[in-house]
Design a protein around this ligand. Structure first.
Ligand code: ADP
Length: 432
């Protein structure tokens, strides 16, 4: 699955929401931009642009931090094995530097404008310096997730209890990182503010949507980067293959369009528009998803066979969400076949119908799923991968359940994992 720090942190929010921690106040998210390699300024710039666009549309408070000096500090301290320097200098000497914030962060922290929040991030830890140190230590030690409840004071002096959750980027990743601050002040002082169930439900839905967006936006952006690199290689040849270049340009446009669709989607949700369900053709959704992951399957020489039953009844759904489901299942299948080391590498996808339901399945030629994992893989944050996050299947399950369908995982008799999804067909005029 696509795995970005944004995805991981928004997922953390979602997980909190699922566990009832966000039933009250607006949870803030802090974004730290992170990049380890000096040769990645362009990627970082893209990430920053993307993160900046994203934070201003997220329905939660977000701060964005400039990572430049922090990364230098981290690599220098690591090289010297000097954790102490990183722990103290990282926070006190503006290693964590807030470069941007959205309106919701301004509001939660009772600042007068975003300008108040910009600058050294030390104010976040003013009342809880030990949390800041533990956060920096976790980062230094290569921990993936950090979460702790701490006290903060708003700019107008109000005392806040917040749960701070951070997911750190991998050493190679120049992508943004989010710090999630869940406001649990209300939970600690019951009755002070009333939770609005409709608002809570909407936040939870938006959190889920944001999680999905973060996952999906990463995938088309990665595809665009790969295509750019391929195009540059073609252009550096004496006689560039114009037909190929046209193909690549078209693919890049399609990926960019898709990323923009996803962002539009969250913007619509953030402004309160309900998700519009339309009659969809399952085979078309499968075709879209296959084209989105074509880079990955080509790159890993995976043979894809699609056995799509023609003439399936339409189902009512959200196109982008359904594409996400199929893309996430395919990305997992790709990872499974590659990591198994087995040949030939194969993924089979099939659609069918029975009664008033339509079905699709994704089978791969990987190692399959162990009995222990089978019972847990749909749990949020359950992962068996070293760099996994464990939210992809959880997102898939939520989307499918939301569409009135079901999803299950099994091992195929012939080997490999088999994921099966079924959905109710749309009611026809005569049914209504
Ligand atoms: P992640 O990919 O980050 O681990 P997911 O929620 O997508 O998160 O998957 C959870 C876990 O389910 C994986 O870590 C893996 O153990 C298992 N899994 C998912 N898809 C497959 C597959 N196609 N083959 C084997 N195991 C799988």
């Amino acid at each position: 699955m696509a795995d970005t720090p944004i995805a991981r942190n928004i997922a953390a929010r979602w997980d909190d929401a699922r566990h009832g921690e966000r039933s009250v106040a607006q949870p803030p998210i802090v974004v730290i931009q992170g990049g380890a390699n000096g040769d990645l300024p362009a990627r970082r710039a893209r990430s920053e642009t993307h993160a900046t666009a994203l934070i201003h549309h997220l329905p939660v408070p977000v701060l964005q931090l400039d990572p430049t000096s922090l990364w230098a500090l981290l690599s220098g301290s690591k090289a010297r094995g000097d954790a102490e320097h990183f722990l103290t200098a990282g926070i006190s000497q503006a290693g964590l530097f807030v470069s941007d914030a959205n309106e919701m962060a301004v509001s939660l922290l009772q600042a007068s404008s975003c300008d108040d929040l910009q600058g050294p991030a030390s104010y976040l830890f003013a009342l809880s310096p030990q949390t800041g140190r533990r956060l920096m230590r976790a980062w230094f030690e290569g921990t993936k997730l950090f979460s702790e409840v701490m006290k903060m004071r708003s700019f107008k002096g109000a005392m806040l209890d917040v749960k701070l959750s951070v997911t750190f980027p991998s050493a190679e990743s120049p992508e943004p990182l989010l710090i999630v601050l869940t406001d649990i002040t209300d939970r600690r002082q019951p009755g002070e503010r009333e939770a609005d169930p409709l608002h809570t439900a909407r936040l939870s839905m938006l959190g889920r949507l944001a999680t999905s967006i973060a996952h999906e936006v990463n995938q088309p952006l990665a595809a665009i980067v790969t295509d750019c690199e391929t195009a540059r290689l073609h252009l550096s040849r004496d006689e560039p293959n114009i037909t190929k270049l046209k193909e690549i340009a078209a693919r890049m446009a399609a990926s960019a369009h898709r990323a923009s669709e996803i962002v539009k989607h969250v913007r619509g949700m953030a402004s309160g528009q309900a998700t519009i369900r339309k009659p969809l053709d399952l085979n078309e959704i499968i075709g879209d998803a296959l084209s989105f992951v074509r880079h990955e399957t080509d790159m890993h020489a995976i043979r894809i066979s699609a056995a799509c039953t023609p003439g399936l009844s339409a189902f009512l759904g959200d196109r982008i969400q359904m594409q996400q489901v199929v893309v996430n299942l395919l990305l997992n299948a790709i990872e499974a076949v590659v990591s198994s080391g087995k040949r030939p590498r194969r993924i089979e996808i099939a659609t069918s119908a029975s009664g008033q339901r339509i079905h699709f399945s994704v089978r791969d030629s990987g190692d399959g799923i162990s009995a222990v994992d089978l019972g847990r893989i749909f749990d949020c944050f359950y992962t068996t991968k070293q760099d996994g996050v464990g939210v992809g299947l959880s997102i898939c399950q939520s989307i499918i359940l939301d569409h009135g369908g079901d999803i299950s995982a099994a091992n195929h008799n012939g080997g490999g994992a088999l994921f099966s999804v079924s959905l109710p067909v749309a009611a026809t005029e005569t049914d209504r």
